[in-house]
Design a protein. Structure first.
Length: 287
């Protein structure tokens, strides 16, 4: 997010006062009257210079304040909505939650229930954060392969550095699925605030073409639903390109709908669903 557009300052020159062409009507001015006019004009010009100097100083102060303001995203803030204190506390609890322990419990529960996906010994399901993830390169390759052309077609264009920065963000959380040492699928999510509420926001869910139609994408999203339910979050949210009709149909089958605040004049829509208990719901680990 932009911190604000820096104002442009002029060259600092002040306009010079101009008296115009004098017309003599009646007796010529006396020397004392001429000196009085010169003195008054000098005082007026000095006042104008002082006012312009004050305006420049105010502009500089405003620019410095804008530059010193932290980005809202790092603090869990958003533009246009007030976040209640209760939601701030909920967000802080989510960001300090032991996700690795929780994921281990969810995987074990699914395996005990006979879920074939989680019983497969060749699959490794791992939780990492953006700052420590060892699979960033593979995640970027998979995202680029699946999404680059869609970004280009949308008119946004593909920004490699920006996408990499999202994956490495301090608040980024990843759940990845590897098979025989190769990345098969992953989901990137964060605990953020939207419309004044603490939510789980899915930034990315990608499945390698060789591993599709095996239930990996559904399982990853259901993990997010179970996590959001147990952390008592209001919603799970995501964005999807309007032209990506296959993805929209997939999320609709999982219970997602377009959010009322989804922009109508953008190439994407915002989708959400209310989290519910499911096969991955486990007892929360003790602090």
């Amino acid at each position: 997010r932009s911190k604000g557009v820096e104002g442009t300052r002029g060259g600092g020159e002040t306009p010079q006062g101009r008296r115009g062409a004098e017309m003599t009507v009646g007796p010529p001015d006396t020397p004392s009257e001429s000196m009085e006019e010169v003195r008054e004009e000098g005082e007026q010009q000095q006042q104008r210079q002082q006012q312009q100097q004050q305006q420049r100083q105010q502009q500089q102060q405003q620019q410095q304040q804008q530059q010193q303001q932290p980005e809202e995203e790092d603090e869990g803030e958003e533009v246009g909505y007030e976040v209640p204190e209760a939601e701030r506390r909920r967000l802080a609890r989510c960001r300090s939650f032991d996700l690795t322990r929780w994921l281990d419990g969810a995987k074990a529960k699914a395996a005990r229930a006979g879920d074939a996906l989680w019983q497969a010994g060749s699959l490794n399901v791992l939780h990492t954060t953006g700052e420590e993830c060892p699979h960033i390169g593979a995640m970027m390759d998979l995202t680029r392969s699946n999404m680059k052309q869609k970004y280009v077609d949308s008119g946004w264009g593909w920004d490699e550095a920006k996408k990499l920065g999202e994956l490495r963000h301090a608040h980024a959380q990843h759940i990845s699925v590897s098979s025989n040492g190769h990345l098969a699928a992953f989901v990137h999510f964060r605990f953020d605030t939207e419309v004044g509420l603490a939510v789980l926001y899915c930034y990315e869910m990608q499945v390698h073409a060789a591993y599709r139609r095996r239930g990996m994408g559904t399982a990853l999203m259901e993990l997010l639903h179970a996590l959001a339910f147990q952390l008592e979050l209001s919603m799970v949210m995501l964005t999807c390109f309007r032209e990506n009709t296959d993805a929209i149909a997939f999320y609709e089958r999982l219970g997602y709908a377009e959010h009322v605040y989804s922009p109508e004049d953008e190439p994407y829509l915002v989708m959400f669903r209310v989290p519910e208990r499911n096969r991955f719901t486990v007892r929360l680990p003790r602090a």
